[in-house]
Write a protein of this length. Sequence first.
Length: 409
Amino acid sequence: MTETSHAPSHALLSGRVRGAKPSATKEMTRLANQLKREGRSVITLSQGEPDFPTPRHVREAAKAAIDRNESRYTDVAGTLALREAVARKFERDNGLVYGVDQIQVGCGAKQLLYNALQATLDPGDEVVVPVPAWVSYPEMVRLAGGTPVIVRCGASTGFKLTAARLQGAITARTKWLMLNSPSNPSGAVYTRQELLALAQVLSRHPQVWVMADDVYEKIRYEDTPFATPAAVSPELAARTLTINGVSKAYAMTGWRVGFGAGPAELIKAMNLVQSQSTSHTSSISQAAAIAALDGPMDFLPGFLQAFRRRRDAVVARLNGIDGVACDLPPGAFYAFPSCQGLLGRRDESGQTIESDADLALYLLRVAGVAVVPGSAFELPGHFRVSYAASDAELDEAMARIGDACAQLR
Ligand SMILES: Cc1ncc(COP(=O)(O)O)c(C=O)c1O
């Protein structure tokens, strides 16, 4: 039977879901897997997850939790022990002091974002989303009934939102500003000064809250201290939800643990949303997350060294391709090159590569490399390469991309 014969009739689906797009990164990965099943050699650089193993002490803590039979429901907000560990993390790393009633644990940072938007948006409410941004932000806003207000932030501002652009995007309906630093897909990192400039604008608009997505906090290549909105201004802290998690820093994407901290009233509303959906993330994963947050970080320099080596190699190779230009990203594990110089060229069959989406499909078809078009992140004319892959895979992928681009006329 074909897949479409199982598809629910159009009338069954809600307007919200009919209007939402599936995740473009997952779609590229699905296409890549389909080609692999057909026997093609495909290198997948479309996924955002570290390729390292979860640190041993974290895995051991999970096994111990299983042996202690920690297999019951936990508090919706997460176990008290984990929320205490999260509070210690925020104080230690970010100088932010939260009580356990100001902290929620969920199934990845993704659920925290989702809970917060569901808990706060009414139809017509606007959310400022500086782009390029993670593919899920605008869709999550739409699924919650809100309207994403897309603000393009290109290479000229380091892919970052400026005070002037923020001011121009705020209306009386604005409820949130979503900020992600280090950024997926650009790797951009906001400095304290840049956040202070945004805070100054926000001080004139007390109805606007800030959702700070710090999941890539630990994946940074410069020595400057990490800046997060709640820490730059106490006034802003009173209306900021700071979101983080263990997925990226501890190579724990599949364990599904994220956390957020903010005013107790907001967290209470988010707990209500979560109590009617997943209840909480796995009790075993929560035990593992305590070990991650409280444990040694001696594995991190090794992760960062490998990421930095791969970043430098990938960016150098990309810049060696005629028609491609890439700045060195200071954080996360993605390169986000411009492909403007390739647009308008023709492939072997005379088809014109009109857009970044055409280019991504061409690279998958001809080079057997899966990347994600910039339009998926609302910034066309670019593509995203995840360098969370082995050196050998990256070397091969860059050679194939270079050859495929050189064939364009
Ligand atoms: C910017 C950003 N936020 C949140 C997430 C979700 O992370 P988690 O695995 O904790 O749900 C991702 C994952 O790719 C991401 O790139």
